[in-house]
Design a protein around this ligand. Structure first.
Ligand code: WTA
Length: 657
């Protein structure tokens, strides 16, 4: 996929789509942006009244008195599950399909809004019977499925704050999150079905709890997914079906303040410890619903499919909350894109007549490769004519992959919304609107109306278009991170450094083009990697490596560009014994990879592990990471290395195992 000779094209919104869109044409976009600029609180207040049903209306939109701990709609009360479920049933959508569940093996289960509400109420009642109450934290460690969505909605219903942990994380990572959140209960499944295999979940929960530090946990609820054999330790562990089967199908929602924490979601930062990003109820729900409707132009008869996992923020906002708050019909997919073969996505779109498809660039790039090696999996063999809008999320999409996606999946007629946002932002921040924004491949185009994204220098001064800089958001917005759970100081330090004039620091670099002011994201400017759209801290992986105290003396981790996964993890390791070579080096590299998988999860496994007698350091002992990045890329080292104690180690570190 060469990016060379790539002609920059501009794609105008298709006329018919633009004409019927919720935000129709650039003039409509500009009008909304102008409304927000003229009266910021008036704009968000208007939308909060339109998109969210309040039990008690708010009287104040934004409270900035304790910046950067901003509060939105604070004296209003509401319930998220009421907004996503009851409200739709009350509007006459009770029989409408809310979720089409496509299981790993292709089995399909459809759930209506009325059924989803009943299931949510049953579990909510079950949780209450176990003493779970407003403000308690509940960890959800499940695979993709209806029950995962129900578990999240049930927590929201009773005001419990959920923290979903991606099912690919290890026992150690799960334990750390349970402890940090002080969770009272875990909801899990016996196993998860992925790619034709049954993978353990409950036994990992057992392992996590046995590691210690999880005394706050009173119960573990187990959803029976595969029927695989698992141990139930009474009275702590309960089957979900036994807990819920005779519970009432109605359940009075807990009406909470708009600022009540709806969820924590742990994500990687530039230090070793993942941070629990805390989100609110009212502001979060507003942006989830609003962006689902405008960015995807969601209509009543759409079939929306976001391929993310509920373990990531994309699954929270664009599976569990946004589409349901809008009364939409959505696909929840359990499997993997390559099972039974790499045509799975395309066949599933055809099967369910999906109209809006939202996925990650990594998936697209790997499916392009798959179609090259096995032409039978090319999307042209599936009828994708139902599609009208495509989306991309999680990492920059390179123009070649964009063009392929546009031509081969979208048949040249579907706009691609390249949505830039983060766990911390709650929802889309910079994105095209499909019926308004002319598209330029590789650019996420313009801020969502009301979002004050900008590019500044190290002192917070605006950088002119055409130049690169630091991506910030100047004003607070409703769905922003409220704090890092248990560590408000770290929240301030990470996102509101004093030199940036009170702007939110996103951690990404970006530029705007001179002609249109369109944004292009150039990648993280901190020690965070983006591998297949998953955020990983380099320090987190380094800590995991040096935790292997028998073997590892020192480790440095950097990212290097990768054609498929965007970035790949490259680890430079100094062992406590002499530097291994040949087969031995391969064997130790494998041992370390497996070790990292056990410490963090398979997604954190380094692709490259290289051994040296030492690491390149400055005189003051700092590891020269920039130099390591060049070595990882296989580039000639251009930096001054005269301060290096032993330049010969660069040759050692250039060798892959
Ligand atoms: C990156 C995922 C370029 C970015 C929603 C950000 C993107 C990080 C895009 C957040 C995009 C996300 N173009 N880069 N459209 N979307 N990113 O928290 O580096 O898992 O800071 O949230 O992903 O990752 P997170």
């Amino acid at each position: 996929m060469s990016e060379q000779n790539h002609e920059l094209k501009v794609y105008a919104p298709p006329a018919a789509l633009a004409a019927g869109a919720h935000v129709s044409g650039m003039a409509a976009y500009l009008k909304l942006a102008a409304e927000a600029e003229a009266d910021y609180e008036g704009y968000w207040g208007r939308l909060a009244r339109e998109f969210v049903s309040w039990k008690k209306p708010f009287t104040k939109v934004l409270d900035e008195s304790n910046a950067p701990f901003f509060k939105w709609f604070e004296d209003g009360t509401l319930n998220v599950s009421y907004n996503c479920l009851d409200r739709n049933v009350e509007r006459g959508l009770g029989d409408k399909t809310a979720i089409i569940f496509e299981a790993d093996d292709g089995a399909v289960t459809k759930v209506s809004y009325a059924e989803l509400l009943a299931r949510t109420c049953r579990l909510a009642n079950g949780l209450r019977s176990l003493g779970v109450k407003k403000g308690d934290r509940v960890v959800i460690y499940m695979s993709m499925g209806i029950e995962g969505v129900v578990a999240m909605q049930a927590c929201a219903r009773i005001g419990a704050t959920h923290s979903v942990v991606f099912g690919g994380f290890s026992a150690q990572s799960l334990r750390d999150r349970i402890e940090d959140a002080g969770a009272v209960l875990v909801i899990t499944a016996d196993e998860q079905a992925r790619g034709g295999k049954a993978l353990p979940l409950k036994s990992i929960v057992d392992e996590a709890l046995a590691l210690g530090g999880c005394d706050s946990i009173r119960n573990v609820i187990v959803y029976q997914r595969t029927g695989g054999k698992v141990a139930l330790n009474a009275p702590r562990d309960l089957w979900l079906h036994e807990l819920t089967y005779d519970r009432p199908t109605t359940c009075e929602p807990e009406w909470v303040s708009a600022e009540h924490p709806l969820f924590l979601l742990y994500t990687s930062g530039s230090t070793g410890k993942p941070k629990g990003v805390q989100h609110s109820t009212g502001g979060y729900l507003l942006h989830a619903a609003l962006t689902t409707k405008w960015t995807f132009d969601l209509k009543d008869d759409d079939v929306f499919w976001c391929t993310a996992d509920i373990g990531w923020v994309t699954g929270h906002t664009y599976i569990t909350y946004g589409p349901l708050a809008c009364g939409g019909t959505e696909i929840v997919f359990e499997g993997v894109p390559t099972y039974p073969d790499a045509a799975r996505f395309w066949k599933t779109i055809e099967k369910h007549k999906v109209t809006i498809f939202y996925t990650a660039p990594t998936a697209i790039r790997s499916l392009i490769k798959a179609a090259e090696t096995n032409p039978a999996t090319h999307p042209k063999h599936s009828d994708l004519s139902s599609l009208r809008i495509l989306g991309s999320v999680g990492e920059p999409i390179n123009p070649a992959a964009w063009e392929w996606y546009h031509a081969n999946v979208g048949g040249g007629r579907c706009p691609i919304v390249d949505t830039w946002w983060q766990t911390e932002t709650g929802g889309h921040m910079i994105t095209p609107l499909p019926g308004a924004t002319p598209l330029v491949p590789g650019s996420c185009t313009l801020p969502f109306p009301g979002i004050t994204a900008a590019i500044v220098d190290e002192l917070g001064e605006d950088v002119p278009n055409g130049q690169g800089g630091i991506l910030v958001v100047k004003k607070p917005w409703p769905s922003m991170i409220r704090t890092i759970y248990g560590d408000p100081e770290r929240f301030k330090k990470s996102y509101y450094p004093p030199e940036l004039k009170g702007y939110y620091l996103a951690g990404d670099g970006a530029s705007r083009d001179a002609e249109r002011g369109y944004f292009t994201i150039t990648g993280r400017i901190d020690d965070v990697l983006n591998v297949s759209g998953h955020r990983m801290g380099t320090m987190e992986i380094e800590s995991a490596l040096v935790a292997h105290t028998d073997l590892v003396a020192e480790a440095a981790v950097v990212g290097r560009p990768d054609d498929t996964t965007g970035e790949a993890i490259c680890a430079f390791v100094v062992l406590k014994r002499s530097r291994p070579t040949g087969e031995e080096a391969k064997a130790i590299a494998k041992e370390l990879r497996d070790w990292v998988a056990k410490e963090i999860g398979p997604i954190a496994k380094p692709k490259d592990i290289r051994f040296g007698d030492n690491l390149p350091k400055t005189r003051s002992g700092k590891i020269m990471r920039r130099l390591l990045r060049q070595v990882a890329k296989g580039e000639a080292v251009t930096q001054d290395i005269s301060t290096l104690e032993n330049p010969a180690i660069l040759e050692q570190l250039a060798q892959t195992n």
